[in-house]
Design a protein around this ligand. Structure first.
Ligand code: ZN
Length: 435
């Protein structure tokens, strides 16, 4: 069994190194934008857009005398990787499944944008099409593959190509496994290095625990477990939101694109970044602890929950609650839940445990005691009282217990837990179609 893991650290280049790195990410961004313009032309002519086609066109850019800087201050491998990323972005655009998901999530009216082709005609840019990157976005990155060929790690320093040399990074933990690739990124003025590693395990790991747990995901309580424990969300967002609003008000009073405006914009990006980091770290802590302690974790299948249009799903209630309660952006919360489930999924794989995603339908209305399903069972957001058997419980704990038993049902339907992981997740998808 192969395990892939990424290790991300702060990178601390000196002033000279930062200049070279800035040139490298800048030229990669430039090539992305040039290739995107070229691919819009190809799109208009119904030409096939794939990685090979696009990679072959890099040479044309490099031999263009106007773009001579690409010869001196770019890295061939990273340019190729950038163009491959562009090709993947196009293939996502061409994937009908991704579009199907978009339609369900769309809640803002779409304002059409246009791109002018070389012959003067315009094409309309559609949702999910790859987009132009701007320096002002405050986020740039390059990826190097074939690590051994171009780089090496010496203690807490990494040797990078293009004359960058040895760069210090804040090595907060050991890198385990074979380093396959690295991503150098710059976000809100800070540099980062992420090592993509691969490790071969002779045997599938055996999870140290034998217990199973069901998780109900929510807003006020981020997680309620079938054991009755609750985990609160990190309220970094709320506290920082006041700060953010203040910064945004100040921005609106500045002259557009002036130096002060840019400074202010940078402050806002930095705060966004800070908020995201806090949330990310917190989710890592929670998911590591749950994954370590439970061999089987059952939670709601968020994809099914988002696509469900019935008024009965527990996610629907949460959606309404979000709007009514805090004015927090639901998509941000969705993203947080998605990220959390994702973390649980790969951490369970590393530990030899299981994550089972169950159909979220009726988990909040079903009585855990007698399985009676009724809207009336759920008297308030917090209270559950079964109209049939009188079973009383906290509504979230009742839901978490239902989720756990749905998880057990998925397992027994597949004949134990000796099967591979992907099987388990497919089962819940199939069930949704049948239901
Ligand atoms: Zn009951």
């Amino acid at each position: 069994m192969k395990i892939n893991k990424a290790y991300k650290f702060r990178l601390e280049p000196n002033a000279e190194q930062a200049v070279i790195l800035n040139n490298l990410v800048g030229s990669a961004r430039f090539v992305w934008n040039q290739m995107l313009a070229i691919s819009f032309e190809m799109f208009a002519k119904n030409e096939f857009i794939n990685a090979t086609n696009l990679v072959n066109k890099i040479m044309d850019l490099k031999s263009n005398p106007d773009f001579a800087f690409l010869k001196s201050s770019s890295n061939a491998v990273t340019l190729q990787q950038k163009v491959r990323d562009l090709a993947s972005a196009w293939s996502r655009f061409f994937d009908p499944k991704v579009h199907a998901r978009l339609k369900e999530n769309k809640n803002k009216p779409y304002k059409p944008k246009l791109f002018k082709l070389a012959d003067g005609t315009e094409i309309q840019l559609r949702p999910l099409m790859p987009q132009f990157k701007r320096k002002a976005d405050g986020h740039d990155s390059i990826r190097l593959v074939q690590f051994d060929k171009y780089c090496r790690v010496e203690g807490n320093r990494i040797k990078l190509p293009n004359g960058v040399g040895l760069v210090k990074f804040r090595k907060s933990q050991d890198i385990i496994g074979v380093i396959k690739n690295i991503t150098i990124s710059k976000k809100s003025g800070h540099w980062y290095v992420s090592f993509g590693t691969e490790r071969e395990l002779a045997e599938k790991p055996v999870h140290p625990s034998k217990t199973a747990i069901g998780l109900d995901l929510g807003i006020t309580k981020l997680i309620t477990t079938s054991n009755g424990e609750t985990i609160k969300p990190k309220n970094s967002f709320k506290a920082n939101q006041i700060k953010l609003a203040k910064l945004q008000r100040q921005l609106s009073r500045k002259v557009l694109f002036s130096q002060n405006w840019k400074k202010q914009k940078h402050k806002i990006q930095k705060l966004h970044h800070h908020i995201a980091n806090i949330r990310h770290d917190y989710l890592h802590k929670i998911t590591t602890s749950i994954s370590k302690n439970h061999a089987m974790i059952a939670c709601e299948d968020l994809k099914v929950a988002n696509m469900s249009t019935s008024a009965s799903g527990s996610m629907e209630n949460k959606g309404r609650q979000v709007k009514a309660k805090s004015g927090l952006n639901k998509s941000i919360l969705d993203q947080g839940w998605g990220m959390m489930v994702n973390m649980l999924e790969y951490k369970q794989q590393w530990q030899g445990g299981l994550l089972i995603k169950v159909n979220p339908r009726y988990t909040s209305q079903t009585c855990f005691n007698c399985q009676h399903i009724a809207k009336e069972n759920r008297q308030t957001q917090a209270k559950f009282e079964c109209v049939q058997c009188g079973y009383k419980a906290n509504a979230d704990i009742n839901a978490a217990r239902n989720i756990l038993s749905a998880g057990h049902a998925v397992l027994s339907a597949e004949g134990g837990c000796s099967q591979g992981h992907p099987m388990k997740q497919k089962t819940s998808d199939i069930r949704e179609k049948v239901a």
